[in-house]
Ligand binder design. Structure first.
Ligand SMILES: [Zn+2]
Length: 114
């Protein structure tokens, strides 16, 4: 009863013997020198996953796992002068004022006493 070929895709040579290895992805046996390290994106760099895979299972690292490197913020202006209209719009209008906690309160609501 034939069970199968245990050598997989690795060929044994009597004159030039080489080590065999199992692909970590498909499980077939290949000559060890044909197995390649699988890499993957982690953050902003490629890392070795530790898997040795055959040429058929070797995949291109997914770009979606790569972190986006944003450029730095621009340098702020020293002593800016945005103008009165722009400053009032930033805090919610001319009738509103910002408190020390950053909460914008409406002065008309406070004056009515409700
Ligand atoms: Zn494979």
């Amino acid at each position: 009863m034939a069970i199968g070929n245990f050598q997989g895709r690795a060929v044994t040579s009597a004159t030039n013997p080489r080590a065999k290895g199992e692909c970590d992805c498909c499980g077939f046996w290949y000559p060890l020198h044909k197995l390649q390290a699988q890499s993957a994106w982690a953050g902003t760099q490629l890392i070795d996953t530790g898997d040795l895979v055959c040429p058929g299972c070797l995949s291109v690292p997914q770009q979606q796992n790569r972190s986006i490197r944003l450029p730095g913020d621009p340098r702020p202006r020293t002593n800016p002068r945005p103008g009165r209209d722009a400053a009032n719009a930033a805090i919610g209008g001319s009738n509103n004022r910002a408190s020390s906690t950053g909460v914008v309160s409406d002065t008309n609501t406070l004056a009515s006493g409700t």
